[in-house]
Design a protein around this ligand. Structure first.
Ligand SMILES: NC(=O)C1=CN([C@@H]2O[C@H](COP(=O)(O)OP(=O)(O)OC[C@H]3O[C@@H](n4cnc5c(N)ncnc54)[C@H](O)[C@@H]3O)[C@@H](O)[C@H]2O)C=CC1
Ligand SMILES: N[C@@H](CC=O)C(=O)O
Ligand code: NA
Length: 824
């Protein structure tokens, strides 16, 4: 025997009821069935509303009745064949009249007892079971109507009646043994009756309870709870987008998940079935082919370590502490006794190992009651100051990670806290259930969703992890970055389960933030249509308000303003990847502050492309320093633009033309004067010295400026080029001078013996930099470990492709942090 139960949404429309009939006729091929049904969706609430209104003399209850009658009559007309319709309508009318009479009585007496209330709200199930039974018979499925009041007996505590198991089970057994087993019993959910036949109801989870009782009495092989969702999810779909259906849960896991907010089943209602080890299946009426969730004591092979993550979004934490708590036996017993007496429901308890403090979580509505219960119980201890005033912390959430496996697998909590730390989530309190079946974490309410997502990503690693990108500056480099991400998207997804999502974008005119993601193809049209006026502070505020896990801020501007807002980004626990050199080359204090902030907030601050574009220059130097090496000299060609210019310029075309070509190839800064005046190279040298641990300021670098005086202050780049043209001959002369010495021009940055210089030099063929080609950069680090033969990094050091790939490399460094992908 299998017990099927269809909830309100599964019988909400006649189309749904037809679907139910299909499921039943399919199932009955292989099983004996009993079917429990809820009232049509919304009917119980309507009955409740009507009876309350009637008791207040509000005539509007009559309208509710009219609607209810119409709805059920229409269902009969749509579902039941013509020849059976009038009989069914008449039978229904009789039941309905009974309801009508009671409500009329209530409206006259203006009195609503729990007993009448129970009687009225149970009508919905009687109506639906009756109509469904008629419909099934009509379609050729042999079915009987069973009013559960006949078989389920409760005490007389109307409103919260308790089932009398010793009476109920035999009644169910007797009833079923006397019925024709080929006929399916269509049972009214939710309703029961006292020994003298007065109607009662089974409370929350009512129809589930009915199914559970019948299954326990008949020792059914399984219960199937048919609803409008596909099963129990790994997390609340409203908060975690990448949830999925949990294939299997133990009874204890199901209870634990429900305790912490997953409202799919009401475990007390399923207790009778669990006691008899009857498997419970959660299935979707509208997608019957889906597997759903199975709750049983038989685990399935290959189950994930964690089953689900749930949360309670608003709780208050009360902390009791004081010297009077140490080593005094019975304090917790008194505390919890007092709270129990006051009717306080304690959701979570943690005790410091020092025994000095006990914290407990309660629902906000119970804070006051709990506080005064504690005050009363510890009146003398409070007076004598051996227990402090109760500390109250509001606006907190509890997130619980649930699994049976915790008892067997070490390291789960390590993984939880590593993932939280990596996302800058502050943990207010921690508790592990005594069952060792859950770890509960108390966090600020504003971090609830982020915590859920972070943990979901950390544990369900077979699933995709999303990294949320917030890009500021979509010019040459930013634009190329978006192209490259799209190009790599499939591979990253397939090989690394990584989705790079554009969650925010800004150019100098507008910005747009959308946690659902912004298309990397038509971001611009959307941003210009829907976006707000560009404002970096608003951008950062909205980005941090979203509080998404795995967020990275990417700066592809050359802007000082953007650079000066990095500290706000890091303080919002968001990592930064930047191609912009302005922050790292401003004051030493700023550089150091940003490093400190990143460390403090446990986020990444990466800027490989600041020097040598995609070449691994910064990373190489960082590693050397971290391994204890000392940098003695830094020497290099650090400008792709200037390298290209002096590798190409041979007098055959004018100097200004070569500079234009460098710009067109995407090597130059937005303003090429920044390259020619040595500022860009100076910044890079400064950044390298800082990475090497040297404390240098920009003004200590001696820089040779190659921009003609007249061109330095003109407003536009075009004006600059016009003036540069006038000076072409001077550059030709420089080239010819060098050539006459068998040398070539090379713009070299150098740091040695506390001296930093950036200058144009003539170098001969013996010089290691002589053979540079195109936009090549070269940098040589002479260190204590590498004195005779310095470490050299060489290759194209400017251009959109190499720079964009360098930025992606930084993004991947952050995304693949161990907390995200580590297996236990
Ligand atoms: N071109 C190259 O080979 C390399 C460039 N870089 C760096 O990459 C950065 C970008 O360079 P490009 O893309 O060539 O410059 P670009 O001028 O093509 O793009 C910069 C974009 O940033 C936007 N922008 C400026 N201020 C803004 C603000 N306040 N808010 C939002 N957007 C703003 C501009 O409108 C422009 O579209 C620069 O910092 C550059 O030094 C780094 C390594 C190599
Ligand atoms: N303009 C720069 C670009 C890289 O930082 C260069 O030419 O090297
Ligand atoms: Na680099």
């Amino acid at each position: 025997m299998r017990i099927l139960k269809f909830g309100g949404s599964s019988v909400g429309t006649t189309a749904a009821i037809r679907q139910v009939a299909d499921i039943i006729s399919e199932k009955k091929k292989d099983h004996h069935l009993a079917v429990v049904v809820s009232a049509f969706e919304g009917v119980t609430d309507a009955l409740e509303d009507a009876v309350v209104k009637a008791s207040k003399g509000d005539e509007a209850y009559l309208n509710i009745l009219t609607d209810l009658e119409k709805r059920h009559n229409n269902a009969i007309k749509e579902l039941v064949s013509i020849q059976n319709q009038s009989h069914t309508l008449a039978q229904f009318k009789m039941m309905f009249n009974e309801l009508d009479d009671v409500l009329h009585g209530v409206s006259l007496t203006r009195e609503l007892t729990d007993r009448t209330h129970d009687f009225v709200v149970g009508f919905g199930e009687r109506f639906s079971a009756y109509i469904i039974r008629q419909f099934l018979s009509d379609t050729g499925i042999s079915a009987d109507y069973l009013d559960a009041r006949k078989v389920i007996e409760t005490d007389r505590d109307f409103g919260s009646a308790r089932v009398q198991f010793d009476k109920t089970y035999p009644k169910i057994c007797d009833y079923f043994s006397e019925t024709d087993s080929d006929s399916i019993q269509i049972v009214t959910g939710f309703v029961a009756s006292t020994s003298s036949g007065e109607s009662t109801t089974l409370g929350r989870g009512g129809s589930d309870y009915t199914a559970s009782l019948i299954s326990a009495a008949l020792e059914a092989e399984a219960i199937e709870l048919w609803t409008d969702i596909e099963g129990i999810m790994t997390a609340d779909p409203g908060k975690v987008k990448r949830y999925f259906v949990i294939p299997h849960l133990s009874y204890e896991e199901a209870m634990e998940l429900s305790h912490f907010g997953a409202q799919i089943i009401y475990p007390p209602a399923l207790q009778p079935a669990m006691k008899e080890n009857i498997p419970i299946l959660i299935k979707n009426t509208f997608k019957p082919e889906e597997e759903g969730t199975r709750i049983s004591n038989q685990s399935i092979p290959g189950e994930s370590i964690i089953k689900g993550i749930s949360s309670i979004d608003n709780i208050t934490l009360l902390t009791v502490k004081g010297s009077g708590m140490i080593g005094v036996t019975g304090i917790s017993a008194r505390l919890f006794g007092a709270l129990a007496d006051a009717g306080v429901n304690i959701i979570l308890i943690t005790q410091a190992s020092s025994e000095h403090t006990i914290s407990l979580a309660v629902l906000p509505a119970q804070t006051k009651v709990a506080q005064s219960a504690i005050k009363k119980e510890f009146k003398y201890e409070l007076r004598d100051n051996i227990i402090d005033e109760v500390k109250v912390e509001n606006d907190l959430s509890i997130v619980a990670v649930v699994s049976d496996n915790m008892r067997r697998k070490p390291g789960i909590s390590g993984r939880v806290f590593q993932a939280l730390g990596a996302n800058g989530i502050n943990v207010v309190a921690i508790a592990q259930g005594s069952s060792e079946r859950n770890i509960s974490i108390v966090v600020d309410r504003k971090n609830e969703t982020k915590t859920l997502n972070t943990l979901h990503d950390a544990f369900f690693i077979a699933n995709v992890k999303t990294v949320n990108l917030f890009l500021v500056g979509v010019g040459l480099i930013g634009g190329k970055l978006l192209d490259l991400i799209q190009q790599q998207a499939q591979k990253l997804l397939d090989d690394y389960h990584l989705e790079l999502k554009l969650a925010g974008v800004s150019n100098s005119k507008k910005f747009l933030i959308d946690d659902e993601g912004i298309s990397m193809v038509n971001w611009k049209e959307r941003m210009m249509a829907e976006g707000e006026l560009a404002d970096i502070n608003h951008f950062i505020d909205q980005m941090s308000d979203l509080n998404l896990s795995n967020s990275i801020f990417i700066d592809c501007t050359a802007s000082d303003e953007i650079a000066s807002s990095y500290s706000n980004v890091l303080e919002s626990n968001i990592s930064i990847v930047t191609a912009n050199k302005k922050a790292n080359s401003s004051s030493l204090a700023t550089y150091e502050k940003l490093q400190r902030l990143a460390f403090k907030h446990n986020v990444a601050y990466l800027y490989e492309t600041n020097v040598g574009a995609g070449l691994p220059v910064v990373a190489t130097l960082k590693e050397q320093v971290l391994t204890g090496d000392d940098v003695m000299r830094i020497e290099g060609v650090l400008s792709g633009t200037l390298s290209y210019i002096f590798n190409t310029f041979d007098g055959s075309s004018s100097f200004s033309e070569v500079v234009r070509t460098a710009r067109d190839k995407g090597f130059t800064e937005p303003d090429p004067r920044e390259d020619l005046n040595g500022q860009d190279v100076g910044r890079k040298l400064l950044i390298l010295t800082r990475e090497a641990g040297l404390k240098l300021e920009f003004d200590k670098i001696d820089i040779q400026n190659m921009v003609p005086e007249k061109a330095r202050d003109v407003d536009t780049v075009e004006e600059f080029f016009d003036i540069l043209e006038e000076h072409d001959d001077e550059f030709t002369k420089l080239f010819e001078d060098a050539a006459s010495n068998n040398k070539k021009l090379c713009y070299i940055a150098r740091y040695e013996n506390e001296k930093a210089t950036v200058q144009l030099e003539q170098i001969g063929s013996e010089h290691p930099f002589y053979g540079l080609d195109g936009s090549d950069n070269i940098v040589a680090f002479k260190t204590r470990h590498y004195q005779k033969s310095p470490i050299v990094v060489k290759g194209p050091g400017a251009g959109a492709d190499v720079t964009a790939s360098g930025i992606i490399a930084d993004i991947l460094r952050i995304s693949n942090a161990p907390s995200f992908r580590e297996e236990i």
